[in-house]
Design a protein. Sequence first.
Length: 89
Amino acid sequence: MNSYVTNKYIYIMPNFKNKEEYLYDNKNKNYPNDHLYMMYIFDWEGQFVKLYKLSMPVRYFLVSPDDSFILGSCDDLKSGDLSIKKFKL
């Protein structure tokens, strides 16, 4: 599970699937199984706020201090190199 916190929210990307389920997930099938795309956001009281589904799976992520965007690391499927993608919240 990947997580990140800001002054306002707690961001969590858990992997609830086993390997077989992960491989049959269309968004993930070409990515390593540590790349995730579903992000759960909670406030500091533990209340669920929102579920974000990123347009592509990421391995690690950071959230901007003002909670306006996410930077996520991902393996580029064409070159195999690490790439950084920006996702607007």
